[in-house]
Design a protein around this ligand. Structure first.
Ligand code: GSH
Length: 205
């Protein structure tokens, strides 16, 4: 069975869980809990398996280890049944991948950077190299991204084309993190809010 090493309530692990949910495959993998806050990812044994020292990562039955959400979701999308999350044609795949990078960097990673650099983050044992000004700068980037996505969603149900894709997952998780950290712009972003409510209903959140 495929093993997914993760920590259930962290944002990036949630991306893979939501992708598996969309594919109806949550029960076809084994989840292995990792103690992120306890520093387990940085132990030599873990680093030998996953040099990125992040969750999620995936171990296939033949022992191959694959890290990072997008490659994991691409794999899941290929091996399990159900509507494509990563595109059917070369053009769709490229558009979805490009938008996913924009959302990952501009919204989700920006929020994570704020968390790690401008707050106590994972605590003093793990946050040993904080640059608070970088966190604040990433907050501004996140806000610009939220405004941009609000514009994309004006008259659109999903972030790329007319179908649900992995980009909607990345953005939903990023938006939840931004909301939890109080990072969203003060003005009303009505299209983004409407889309977020539709995603929450889809995921029964
Ligand atoms: N871009 C990476 C991000 C993974 C990531 O940052 N995961 C966080 C949890 S949401 C983590 O493992 N953090 C551990 C740490 O910061 O030490 C991916 O796609 O998987």
């Amino acid at each position: 069975m495929i093993r997914i090493y993760d920590a259930a309530n962290f944002p990036n692990p949630r991306r893979v869980r939501l992708a598996l949910r969309e594919k109806g495959a949550l029960d076809q993998v084994e989840f292995v809990p990792v103690d992120v806050k306890g520093g387990e990812l940085r132990t030599p044994a873990m680093r030998a398996m996953n040099p990125d020292a992040t969750v999620p990562f995936m171990k296939l039955e033949d022992g191959t280890v694959i890290g990072r959400c997008t490659p994991i979701i691409e794999y899941i999308d290929s091996v399990f049944e159900g509507p494509s999350l990563t595109g059917d044609t070369a053009q769709e795949r490229a558009l979805i991948h490009a938008m996913n990078l924009r959302v990952e960097e501009g919204l989700l990673n920006a929020g994570a950077d704020y968390f790690h650099h401008a707050t106590a983050g994972l605590g003093p044992e793990l946050e040993t190299d904080q640059v608070p000004a970088w966190g604040e700068r990433q907050k501004r980037r996140l806000q610009d991204s939220a405004r941009y996505l609000d514009g994309v969603l004006d008259g659109q149900a999903f972030l790329v084309g007319d179908k649900f894709t992995m980009v909607d997952i990345t953005a939903y998780v990023g938006l939840n993190l931004a909301t939890a950290l109080g990072l969203l712009p003060e003005e009303k972003l009505e299209h983004l809010e409407r889309w977020k409510a539709s995603m929450a209903a889809r995921f029964e959140d």
